[in-house]
Design a protein around this ligand. Sequence first.
Ligand SMILES: [Zn+2]
Ligand SMILES: [Zn+2]
Length: 99
Amino acid sequence: MTHKHWCEIGKHEWDCDGTQAIRTWAGMTEPTPCVAMPDNGIELVTCPAHREGERRSFPTGQEAADVLKIYDALICAPDNSPEFKEAMRILSEYILGKD
Ligand SMILES: [Zn+2]
Ligand SMILES: [Zn+2]
């Protein structure tokens, strides 16, 4: 029996058969079985399509905030300072991916 989840990345509901939900907010990397939700309850789980996008491409949420902070640091710091080098390292990890 399928049920709905709420995808916070794409802001939409999606149908789940009970085996597809990876609770990334709980640090999960593999699907875990869905438990029954209370009446009218809908569990926040990123849909499979957006989950791939989230992992592979653009940073979202907290990560985006972190990147903005890094850009700030780059603007303020001299090119040869440790802050600049650290910021460049972190930024290149975001750009190149963490895997
Ligand atoms: Zn989605
Ligand atoms: Zn589910």
